[in-house]
Each structure stands twice: as structure tokens, then as C-alpha cells.
Design a protein around this ligand. Structure first.
Ligand SMILES: NC(=O)c1ccc[n+]([C@@H]2O[C@H](COP(=O)([O-])OP(=O)(O)OC[C@H]3O[C@@H](n4cnc5c(N)ncnc54)[C@H](O)[C@@H]3O)[C@@H](O)[C@H]2O)c1
Length: 367
């Protein structure tokens, strides 16, 4: 096993030193909202003004953790406050469309947690609203800011992996039950990572789900996504697993790469392994098949909190007008595949064709 110190290149928007901090509100202080509040407080480009949650218990939890931070129950007070330019929405997915739409119409820039909306119709409506209002609409696809994820993307784009044959992804844990189902909760991570890695267009999806507790809410799901250029991705997501698994394996013609998000010190391993098929035999001989079992390389990955990098990119997009790496068309594409996967689950795994959703997505995400 060979250890090399090849740092990953993470594109970090530099702090916008000469610009006053952007007045920011966080909406929703359940499981994820506290991470947003903490990171907004820590980012110099943003200024945490108010936290909004309809649940007084969650408001008090926020007040205890951040004494002096204003909290409100009514969303209208966020919208009516002219000192707030940016709104981060961390409520349940089924509430995203209505809240985000109102915030955009009120002239706020919006970062909305994944998935951006529950349907492609809703996602498209939000993109139109943002365009008309001239405001940034950014889905919170946090994992594409992970230095390890970006490193794997570079390995694929630089040709180290070769042609990508397939990707497998496992995201499992004894997870928090959500009424929107496990596909909606966890698969946006796998899909956004995949789209940031593969310069390929998803064309079909089939999925099946297992529901133990409520028949209409799958706690476990298995999804296969086919891409126009030939790659296949298989994704399994579950809240019913004995231990946390967050592993993706990329198998290519030249290398295989394992990305394990739970291995914080060494999340990426590059394997020089595979099968090499010789040229077709001239007459009735057998094909030559050799196995490659070369070295394993573990590149050094600089640690950085993806959510902090995501918020820096959001602020950069607001100030400069540049497209964020996690941009609205990426959010639309993720929602489109999720919607098709849910249709496939309802049809007992029948494949569902995907319309071409967002052609510019992967180029922009690749940065
Ligand atoms: N980026 C990531 O890695 C990541 C991780 C976890 C969750 N998420 C996303 O964050 C979002 C929230 O997930 P969660 O697990 O924190 O949910 P949650 O149910 O734990 O919290 C949601 C909070 O929103 C509040 N709320 C609901 N409607 C509201 C409204 N109209 N106005 C104000 N507050 C309202 C609720 O009272 C609750 O406190 C989801 O979209 C989820 O997918 C993202």
C-alpha cells in the first residue's frame, strides 16, 4: 500500500472582504437548522439576524444555545424585515415550495435545503420566480462541497479512473424517520454527488422500496439510474441499518475508487485493479483475460466543513452574480430523478424514462 500526500483541490470562494455582511435569516431549527445557524455565525460574509421556527420549543432551544439571537415564529416577520437579504430554509421538503416562493417574491436570496422541492413542476416554478426577481436560488447540496467528493470528481475528470462503468452507493443508518420517505431524505446526497462526478445525462430510473412502519413511506429504497453514455449507478438508502454506512465505489476502465465518508482521516482510496481483456482471438482460441491487482493509493484530503464552503459560495453568488456550484438546475435535476424514482416504486420497480432536465448541470457543478 502506497501513501501519497496529494491534497484535494477544493474551490473555496474567498471571503468578500470589502462587502458588508449579508443579513441572514434561518427558517427551521429542527435537526439541520442548528448547523446552518452555527455556520452563518462563523462565516464573515454573512450576519445572522433572526431564526424563525413555528415551534416555540425549537425557538427556545435556539435562544438557549445562542443568547441574544432574535427568534420569531411568524415567517412574515422575516419577509418584512428589510435588513434581511438572504433566507436559508431548513424545514421539511413538502413546505419548501411555498416558503421559498414567498421569500423570492419578497426580494430575498434563498438557499433551500435539499431537495429543493417535491416535484419538477414546483422546482421549475421556483427557478422562474428567482429569475424574475433577479435573486439567487440555491439548493443545499452540501456534499458536493466535501473535499473528498471534489477529489474523486477530479480523478474522474483527469482520466485517472478511465471510462466509468458503474457507481454503487450505500447510505444507511438507524436514521431519523421523516414523512417524506427515505428516497426524498437521503438520495439527494447520492444524486448530487453523482451529477458532480459524471459528465453524463441520466435517462432512466427504476426503484423499489421497503415499508415496515407505514405502507406509504419507505424506510429503505434501492434505485438504479441509467445514463445516456452507458454508466449505471446503483443507490441504496435506508433508515433501518445497524450501523452508519456512507460509501460510494466508482469502477472505471483504469482504476477503482472507494469514497467512504465515515473514514474521516482517509476517505478516498484509489485501487489499480480490474480485468483486462486481450484482443479477440484470430481463430477459435479463447479471449485473453488478465486480472490487474496493483497498488492502492490513499491521497491526503484536507479537512474542511462542506456546509461552511457551501455558505461561502452562496454569499459569493449573491455579491458577484456568479452561479453557485450547487445551482438551481442541479436542484431541478435531483428533484426530477427523485420524482421518477417514486413513480417507479409505485409501479413495483418498472423503469421510468427521464426527460432531459438540465443540460448545463454537470459542467457547472464540476466548477
Ligand atoms: N444538507 C444536509 O446535509 C442536510 C442534512 C439533514 C437535513 N437536511 C434537510 O434540511 C431540511 C430540514 O430537515 P430536518 O431534519 O432538520 O427537519 P426537522 O423536521 O427536524 O426540522 C424542521 C423544523 O422546521 C420547523 N418548521 C416547519 N414549518 C415551518 C414554517 N412554516 N416556518 C418556520 N419553521 C417551520 C419545524 O418546527 C422544525 O423545527 C430538509 O429539507 C432536509 O432534507 C439537509
Amino acid at each position: 500500500m502506497l501513501l501519497v500526500a496529494a491534497g484535494s483541490q477544493t474551490t473555496v470562494a474567498s471571503p468578500l472582504a470589502d462587502t458588508p455582511p449579508i443579513g441572514t435569516a434561518v427558517v427551521g431549527y429542527g435537526y439541520w437548522g442548528p448547523n446552518l445557524v452555527r455556520n452563518v455565525i462563523e462565516r464573515p460574509e454573512l450576519e445572522m439576524r433572526v431564526m424563525c421556527d413555528t415551534d416555540p420549543v425549537r425557538r427556545h432551544a435556539c435562544e438557549r444555545r445562542h443568547p441574544g439571537l432574535a427568534t420569531v415564529t411568524e415567517f412574515d416577520r422575516v419577509l418584512d424585515d428589510p435588513s434581511i437579504d438572504a433566507v436559508l430554509v431548513a424545514t421539511a421538503p413538502r413546505t419548501h415550495h411555498a416558503l421559498v416562493r414567498r421569500a423570492l417574491l419578497a426580494g430575498k436570496h434563498v438557499l433551500v435545503e435539499k431537495p429543493m422541492a417535491r416535484t419538477t413542476a414546483e422546482a421549475r416554478d421556483l427557478i422562474t420566480a428567482a429569475r424574475n426577481a433577479g435573486r439567487v436560488l440555491m439548493p443545499g447540496h452540501t456534499f458536493i462541497y466535501s473535499p473528498a467528493v471534489r477529489l474523486v470528481g477530479e480523478l474522474i475528470r483527469d482520466g485517472v479512473v478511465g471510462d466509468v462503468y458503474f457507481v454503487t452507493s450505500s447510505r444507511m443508518n438507524l436514521g431519523k424517520y421523516q414523512n417524506d420517505g427515505v428516497l426524498c431524505d437521503l438520495a439527494p446526497h447520492d444524486l448530487s454527488i453523482l451529477f458532480s462526478w459524471l459528465d453524463q445525462c441520466p435517462v432512466r430510473v427504476s426503484a423499489s422500496g421497503c415499508s415496515v412502519y407505514r405502507s406509504d413511506v419507505a424506510e429503505t429504497a434501492f434505485m438504479t439510474v441509467g445514463f445516456a453514455e452507458g454508466a449505471t449507478a446503483n443507490i441504496q438508502v435506508s433508515w433501518l441499518a445497524p450501523r452508519k454506512v456512507r460509501q460510494m465505489v466508482v469502477v472505471g476502465s483504469r482504476r477503482m475508487v472507494v469514497y467512504d465518508d465515515t473514514a474521516s482521516d482517509e476517505p478516498v482510496r484509489i485501487y489499480d485493479r480490474g480485468m483486462d481483456f486481450g484482443p479477440p482471438p484470430a481463430n477459435f482460441g479463447e479471449y485473453q483475460l488478465t486480472y490487474r491487482t496493483g497498488e492502492v493509493v490513499i491521497p491526503r484530503v484536507e479537512p474542511a466543513e462542506p456546509l461552511s464552503l457551501e455558505l461561502a459560495d452562496f454569499a459569493h453568488a449573491i455579491v458577484t452574480g456568479a452561479q453557485p456550484q450547487s445551482h438551481a438546475e442541479l436542484g431541478l435535476e435531483v428533484v426530477g430523478v427523485l420524482e421518477a424514482a417514486e413513480t417507479s416504486v409505485a409501479r413495483h420497480g418498472a423503469p421510468v424514462a427521464l426527460p432531459h432536465l438540465a443540460s448545463a448541470t454537470r459542467d457547472a457543478v464540476a466548477g
